[in-house]
Write a protein that binds this ligand. Structure first.
Ligand code: FAD
Length: 390
């Protein structure tokens, strides 16, 4: 396995669980013992949790951890992964290098400009919260919203600058995403939409319209890209987002090489499209298929994707993958505390579900999607009817 995050770790453990007795090496660029990322923008940032290391007995399982080792090239003809410390041979290889955050152009290396992807990033941000500095967050996506939540909780003054006209613009349909703007205001966060950053200097962010924002720290959350630069020239086929193009068995275009987690997309027969999922559940579930197939199995990976986010005191969950033409059915008062949106295809089957503090809707909706069940739109719109009975 190259990449010692959730996907690499789960694949390694999955190989052992399926009875593989040979050598397993988990090669990872970071020096920390493998850890979970979601707490980095939540409890770890606030200091209410000390760490998020995976509870896996690597030594007991005979999984060799090669940490602090950055893969720089793949040479399939020789069956080696090249690292700065030398070549690592393999018989079968799983790519699990995840994603890396996109930097704001021109801010690389500037003091007090932060990204949030790693344990080290979170550690660097802890003092910002402890010192209650004025923070400018660039990007109102999932990471921006979660960081803003934590920073407010710590007592920082927070301004979020978003280029689109609403938060979560790339993630949710306009009418649903727009509702989340009120959450910022309610939490005392200044949200500036349709705002572009012109320049960043120590202590200040200047917007394109000339507005100057005081910034004791800047946190950039403008997206992440698959960490696949090291595969250039390897023959592993990459897609438009630089992601590894895996097939429905999570095989890559190179023999005996599989790919899983944030670094790879896969074709979904369920949704009739290729999916590139940058969420925890995919890195958790995909490895079972990858491990089975590495050991000679023939399993297809076609999940109902799922993710959650904790922002501004709300538990936001989404399952499925709805298409632009699917009909949105609203359950509950969108200005109230808890509501959901179901997306239905023309034949009534549920394709996607967003739940805000309605976890039961999510659980039931996910099961309905797994079964390909159809819903009655009128009953689905009634929040007093359990979804499983709609
Ligand atoms: P990663 O976790 O990125 O792990 C890949 C590993 O590979 C990294 O350790 C990296 O250093 C290493 N690597 C990269 N390149 C190389 C190389 N060339 N050589 C060696 N090693 C390399 N998802 C949710 O659904 N809900 C959430 O609430 C949520 N919160 C999140 C909060 C934060 C702050 C972040 C960053 C992510 C969050 N996610 C959340 C997303 C989720 O954590 C990811 O989808 C998941 O971590 C993906 O796992 P992965 O193993 O594919 O990749």
């Amino acid at each position: 396995m190259v990449g010692a995050g959730m996907a690499g770790v789960r694949t390694a453990v999955g190989l052992r669980e399926r009875g593989w007795r040979g050598r397993i090496s988990l090669l990872g660029a970071e020096t920390h013992r493998p850890y979970d990322r979601p707490p980095l923008s939540k409890a770890l940032l606030l200091g209410t949790a000390d760490g998020s290391a995976f509870d896996v007995d690597f030594e007991g399982l005979g999984i060799e951890l090669l940490l602090g080792r950055h893969a720089v090239a793949l040479r399939p003809a020789e069956r080696v992964v090249v690292t700065a410390e030398g070549p690592e041979p393999y018989d079968r290889l799983v790519l699990a290098t995840g994603a890396e955050p996109v930097a704001l152009p021109g801010t690389e290396g500037l003091p007090d400009v932060h990204l949030l992807r790693t344990l080290d990033d979170a550690a660097a941000l802890r003092p910002v919260l402890e010192q209650r500095r004025d923070v400018v967050v660039v990007g109102a996506g999932w990471i921006g919203a979660e960081f803003a939540t934590a920073a407010r909780e710590a007592g920082c003054a927070v301004t979020v600058v978003e280029a689109a006209d609403r938060p979560l613009a790339g993630a949710l349909p306009a009418e649903v995403a727009a509702r989340t703007a009120a959450w910022y205001e309610e939490a005392g966060v200044r949200l500036l939409t349709g705002a572009a950053v012109a320049s960043v200097a120590p202590g200040e962010v200047v917007l394109a319209d000339g507005t100057g924002l005081t910034a004791g720290a800047v946190v950039v959350g403008i997206g992440a890209r698959p960490a696949t630069g090291w595969l250039a020239g390897s023959g592993v086929e990459l897609g438009p987002d630089r992601e590894v193009l895996a097939d429905d068995r999570l095989r890559t275009s190179v023999p005996d090489v599989w790919a899983v987690g944030d670094c790879a997309s896969f074709p979904s027969a369920r949704y009739g499209t290729r999916l590139l999922v940058h969420h925890w559940d995919n890195a958790m579930q995909g490895p079972a298929t990858a491990a089975a197939n590495v050991l000679g199995g023939d399993e297809v990976y076609d999940p109902v994707p799922y993710f959650w986010s904790e922002q501004f005191g709300r538990f936001v969950q989404y399952a499925g993958h709805h298409a632009p033409g699917d009909a949105a059915v609203h359950r509950g008062d969108p200005d109230g505390a808890a509501w959901s949106v179901c997306w239905l295809r023309a034949d009534g089957t549920l394709s996607g579900l967003l739940a805000v503090d309605r976890p039961r809707d999510l659980v039931q909706g996910r099961r309905l999607m797994e079964r390909g069940a159809a819903l009655d739109p009128e009953r689905a719109a009634d929040p007093s009817v359990q979804l499983k009975n709609a």
